[in-house]
Design a protein around this ligand. Structure first.
Ligand SMILES: [Zn+2]
Length: 477
């Protein structure tokens, strides 16, 4: 028997469903499709996503370039909407790959594009398929609405941001003409929500931290385990690591971090507001120390104000009856722009203060780029990078349109705590502004690279509004 619903029954059904069912907007719809293409890296499979994006962009009149890499599964997708050429292009870049999942820890299939309770849930919802969907939708809206353009608008879906060799640095080497621009948008800053759902602040990253790894090597006598000597390499290394573990680097605030902490001062209550004030403007070293200690209880804030030290490898010994002649540890540093590797080595040598221990540059070891050659290239590139200036049409438009979409919410610059693939542009002097374009709560933020990663459907709409309005202001005639 076919079930038949009366109008009243239908009304009741929808009334019951209403609180949980936020209608899907175009961005959320696109995001569910994008999540369904599993681009966990490795292996990436970004070429499959490029094919899906081509089917969306091409009918709207975009000029499409799919840049294949030596790995046929990995590809960069470029869609260009032509302007009249009176200004240089604007580029919106988003990485297509995502990190893998611990599937058993998810409450839903991470690659199904599940919509539940007003959220899109899936791997990459925050990092960065949500952003990819927002950027793509905003750019496609320019074409759908036939907005006359003074400059080309380029959308780039990138391969290998989460690892691998065919990232934007690889793309930029031979194809820079296709991604050259006056300025660019990428992932970076956050639009953070208060617990009551209102937006606390909008942060736009103007610089990223870089990475460098140092090798700490202790030397001793290699001999039979039956006759230990007092110069064990392993004990010596352990002592050195103990000293490094007890040590922390001094805060090193750059302009964007100062502005960010001042915004936090304005949007928090005492005593936190006082700590933020003391950290940025304090003159009493004791108060600055207390401020650092209290603010550093938040690992993110601890990270953006200093060079961080993370032990990532330990290596010593090869047989149960041999005392090894050396023991080594690899430390991964995430550095503030302007940090010099030689200075970092001297700092660590002074902390260890032991002639039996050497501190050297670890080269490509443990770095995402892998090989020594790729590492050398990365260091060369990042050493050329300077924070992007706020003095640009794009930055001003982002601030103005943020004030329209999120009235009375402060906008601040930000130093992104990790690296992104924007180095390909920043190292060439092209400004890059980073934003995860959706209001997000602190709780949801912990799901990034974690389990049940999700983004709210309403936030996707707000982000699309912000980016679309910004594009109309910057690229419209
Ligand atoms: Zn990312």
């Amino acid at each position: 028997m076919t079930p038949r619903f009366t109008a009243a029954a239908l009304f009741l059904t929808t009334a019951f469903l209403a609180p949980a069912q936020t209608p899907l907007n175009d961005t959320a719809k696109l995001l569910t499709e994008v999540i369904r293409v599993n681009t966990s890296n490795p292996p990436g499979n970004e070429a499959k996503l490029a094919a899906l994006l081509k089917s969306k962009f091409e009918p709207l009149g975009f000029q499409i370039d799919i840049i294949t890499t030596p790995d046929p599964a990995k590809a960069h997708f470029i869609a260009r909407l032509k302007g009249d050429g009176s200004k240089k292009p604007i580029l919106l870049a988003a990485h297509a790959d995502v990190v893998g999942v611990e599937r058993e820890k998810w409450s839903v299939d991470p690659f199904e594009g599940v919509v539940k309770d007003g959220y899109v849930i899936g791997r990459g919802a925050i990092d960065f398929k949500g952003g990819l969907a927002v950027f793509a939708e905003a750019v496609m809206m320019l074409a759908k609405n036939k907005v006359p353009l003074s400059r080309d608008v380029i959308f780039l879906s990138e391969a290998d941001e989460e690892g691998g060799s065919y990232n934007t640095a690889w793309l930029a080497k031979d194809h820079f003409d296709k991604i050259d621009c006056e300025f660019s948008l990428n992932e970076g800053g956050w639009i953070i929500k208060n617990p009551d759902g209102t937006v606390r602040y909008v942060s736009i990253s103007t610089a990223d931290k870089s990475g460098v790894s140092l090798l700490v090597t202790a030397k001793g006598t290699s001999t039979h385990a039956s006759m230990p000597r007092p110069d064990s390499a392993i004990f010596t290394l352990a002592k050195a690591m103990g000293k490094i573990g007890d040590y922390d680097t001094q805060p090193k605030l750059i302009e964007s971090t100062k502005e960010f902490f001042t915004t936090l001062e304005k949007t928090s209550k005492p005593p936190l507001s006082t700590y933020f004030h003391d950290l940025v403007a304090g003159t009493d070293p004791e108060k600055v120390k207390i401020a650092d200690r209290e603010i550093s209880k938040d690992p993110l804030l601890h990270a953006i104000m200093r060079n961080t030290i993370a032990p990532v490898f330990l290596n010593a010994g090869f047989r149960g009856n041999v005392i090894p002649g050396s023991a080594e540890a690899t430390l991964n540093f995430r550095t503030i722009p302007g940090t010099n590797v030689e200075e970092l080595i001297s700092e660590m040598k002074a902390v260890v203060n032991d002639p039996r221990v050497e501190v050297t540059n670890a080269g490509g070891r443990g770095m995402p780029a892998g090989t020594n050659a790729a590492y050398a290239e990365y260091i060369k590139m990042t050493s050329r990078m300077k924070p992007s200036s706020k003095d640009s049409e794009l930055f001003r438009a982002l601030v103005q349109q943020s004030n329209v979409v999120f009235p009375n919410v402060p906008v601040t610059t930000y130093l992104f705590q990790a690296g992104t693939d924007s180095a390909a542009w920043r190292s060439r002097g092209i400004p890059v502004y980073g934003i995860y374009p959706y209001p997000i709560s602190a709780e949801d933020l912990t799901r990034m690279h974690g389990n049940d990663e999700r983004v709210s459907i309403e936030s996707l709409q707000q982000g699309t509004d912000l980016i679309y309005k910004t594009l109309v202001q910057v690229a419209g005639k």
